[in-house]
Design a protein around this ligand. Structure first.
Ligand code: ADP
Ligand code: AMP
Length: 222
């Protein structure tokens, strides 16, 4: 299956991507994670991307598209993938369509839109913590680790993302409304969009997403 998750920052894309990718058995490809790995390794791509990420702006399309093209050409992504955080602009979506057509004569199966309002997004982003080693996402109130600041999965350090400060969050929401929200209409017009209520407990949201995918892959476990 070839899946995309869209939704505002903080909607729970990364959180759900972890679980949905496992259920569907495809690799999770998160452009935010790939950029952050490049930033922490100090690669030329990371140095370039950091200036945009720190402000809560999008990294320019050409840079992002080259990075995703390379990733999608790796063997594990040939048969399917779940994209978290890409596409984020209509030009990115158009290139993704072209890329799939050229490389595998295929198209996206489903775009899941995680629907949640701005107040909830702000609560989620303000308390988000991420594991430095495995990228597992936590929340200080809604999904706290057993030990403060330590990831339950691998004992890694939890950190607060630089772009989860109040001013940057406000800019990211504006950028979402202006540049990314138009994707909802783009994918609806292609008949692949499914809206998912992303409020309530994480497991409930995962279940709604899996239920929505079951018509395409009937053997999906509950
Ligand atoms: P995104 O990838 O869309 O930016 P994340 O998956 O990183 O969003 O989630 C943002 C924050 O919200 C994280 O701290 C996460 O633990 C928390 N979160 C995710 N889903 C839920 C949920 N259903 N209820 C409460 N908090 C959630
Ligand atoms: P995320 O982890 O998805 O919240 O992404 C963090 C940041 O990485 C974003 O605010 C952007 O600066 C950058 N980024 C991630 N994905 C993209 C994308 N598809 N296009 C442009 N910038 C991106």
């Amino acid at each position: 299956m070839r899946l995309v998750l869209v939704g505002p920052p903080g909607a729970g894309k990364g959180t759900q991507a972890q679980f949905i990718a496992e259920h569907v058995d495809v690799p999770k490809i998160s452009t935010g994670d790939i950029f952050r790995a490049n930033v922490s390794q100090g690669t030329p791509l990371g140095v370039l991307a950091k200036q945009f990420m720190d402000r809560g702006d999008l990294v320019p399309d050409d840079i992002t598209i080259d990075m995703v093209r390379d990733r999608l050409q790796q063997p594990d992504a040939r048969a399917g993938f779940l994209l978290d955080g890409f596409p984020r602009t209509v030009p990115q979506a158009q290139v993704l369509d072209d890329l799939l057509r050229e490389t595998s004569y295929s198209k996206l199966d489903v775009v899941l839109e995680l629907v949640v309002d701005d107040d909830e997004v702000i609560r989620r982003l303000s308390g988000r913590r991420t594991c430095r080693t495995c990228n597992r996402i936590w929340h200080v109130d809604f999904d706290p680790p057993q030990k403060d600041g330590i990831c339950d999965v691998d004992g890694g350090d939890l950190y607060q993302r630089d772009d989860d400060q109040a001013e940057t969050i406000a800019n990211r929401l504006e950028v979402y409304a202006e540049s990314t929200a138009p994707l909802v209409a783009y994918y609806a017009s292609r008949g692949v969009l499914i809206g998912i209520d992303a409020t309530g407990p994480v497991d409930d949201v995962t279940q709604r997403a899996i239920d929505a995918l079951r018509p395409m892959q009937p053997n999906l476990a509950r």
